[in-house]
Design a protein around this ligand. Structure first.
Ligand SMILES: [Zn+2]
Length: 45
């Protein structure tokens, strides 16, 4: 088992590791922030 550094991108909001790989492009959110962003979008307008 190799536990050097997690190969997951950091959440752009809370800096926690996300479920996405570091190589993913653009902003990524952890499950919590992703859910919150979805709620915000759903409530806007
Ligand atoms: Zn987050």
């Amino acid at each position: 088992m190799d536990e050097t550094s997690p190969q997951y991108a950091e959440c752009v909001l809370c800096r926690k590791p996300t479920e996405y790989p570091e190589s993913v492009e653009g902003a990524v959110y952890c499950p919590v922030c992703e859910w919150q962003e979805a709620q915000r979008t759903a409530c806007s307008g």
